[in-house]
Ligand binder design. Structure first.
Ligand code: ADP
Ligand code: MG
Length: 240
C-alpha cells in the first residue's frame, strides 16, 4: 500500500548550517508518528519545509496520497490536506474563538448555507472543549485553550494529515493528559498525525512509531518503547 505521506531525501540548509540533511520517512494511513530530538535538531524545520510555510526544501521529494507536492504552493498544500500547527500561538488574537474557527473552514462550492457552517463550527467548538470560550478573543484565553484552538483551526480544514509541533508545551500535567486524549480522538476520526514533542513519555504513550532526529538526520526509527532504550538515542539526549 502506498504511504499517505512519503518523504524522500529532503534537505534544507541555512547558509553553512545544514538544518535537515537527507531525511526520508513515511506516514501510513491512520498512523500517529512521533518525532523526537534534542533542541535544534531540525524538527520544526521539517514541518516548515513539508508545508512550504515559510520555505520549501532545497531538494528532495514529498508526496501526499500519491500526489507529488513539488509544484504546489503553501495554500494548495493546505487544500490537498496537509496542515500544521506552529510551536507558538499563531491564531488571530483579535478575533473571537468562534471567528477563528469560521475563517479556517474551507468554503467549498455548494457545501452549504451560513447556518450549516455555523452548525459545523459549533460541533468543532464542542469537540475541542471550547464552547464556553466561543465569544472570547483568542488573545485573551489561556495557553491550553489557545493550543486547542490552534489544533481546532487546523482540523477545521478537514486534513488528511495533521502536523502538530509541540502541542503540549507549557501545559500542566492534567492538561497534557487531556491533550493526549484529544490527539487520540482526532486520530480515531480518521486523521493521520505527525507529532513533535520534547515530552518523551507523551510521545511513547501516543505514537505508533517514533523517529528521533539529531543534527538534522534520522538517528533512530522504530517502536517507541524500543527507541527510548536505544543507546544512541539516550546519548543524544544526555549529550544535549
Ligand atoms: P527544533 O525544532 O528541533 O528545535 P529547528 O528546526 O527550529 O529545531 O532548528 C534547526 C536548526 O536550524 C537550528 O540550528 C536553528 O537555529 C536553525 N534554523 C531554523 N530556522 C532557521 C531560519 N529561518 N534561519 C536560520 N536558521 C534557522
Ligand atoms: Mg521546534
Amino acid at each position: 500500500m502506498t504511504p499517505l505521506l512519503d518523504v524522500k531525501d529532503i534537505r534544507k540548509s541555512f547558509g553553512a548550517l545544514q538544518a535537515i540533511g537527507g531525511v526520508s520517512f513515511t506516514l501510513n494511513r491512520g498512523e500517529i508518528l512521533g518525532i523526537a530530538g534534542p533542541n535544534g535538531s531540525g524538527k520544526s524545520t521539517l514541518f516548515n519545509i513539508l508545508t512550504k510555510i515559510p520555505f520549501p526544501p532545497d531538494s528532495g521529494e514529498v508526496s501526499l496520497d500519491g500526489k507529488p507536492l513539488k509544484s504546489l504552493g503553501p495554500r494548495q498544500i493546505v487544500d490537498a490536506g496537509l496542515l500544521r500547527i506552529f510551536q507558538t500561538e499563531m491564531d488571530f488574537e483579535s478575533l473571537t474563538v468562534l471567528e477563528n474557527i469560521l475563517v479556517s473552514m474551507p468554503d467549498k462550492p455548494g457545501s452549504g448555507t451560513p447556518s450549516s457552517k455555523q452548525k459545523k463550527a459549533d460541533e468543532l467548538l464542542e469537540l475541542f472543549g471550547l464552547t464556553a470560550h466561543s465569544d472570547r478573543l483568542a488573545g485573551e484565553i489561556n495557553v491550553y485553550d489557545r493550543k486547542r484552538l490552534m489544533v481546532a483551526t487546523a482540523f477545521a480544514h478537514n486534513p488528511l494529515v495533521l502536523l502538530l509541533d509541540e502541542p503540549a508545551a507549557g501545559l500542566s500535567k492534567p492538561e497534557i493528559e487531556e491533550m493526549v486524549e484529544l490527539i487520540r480522538q482526532l486520530n480515531r476520526l480518521g486523521v493521520s498525525i505527525i507529532l513533535i514533542e520534547h515530552i518523551i513519555p507523551l510521545l511513547v504513550a501516543v505514537s505508533d512509531r517514533l523517529i528521533v532526529l539529531n543534527f538534522g538526520e534520522v538517528l533512530a526509527e522504530g517502536l517507541p518503547r524500543e527507541i527510548v532504550r536505544n543507546p544512541k538515542v539516550v546519548e543524544a539526549y544526555i549529550g544535549n
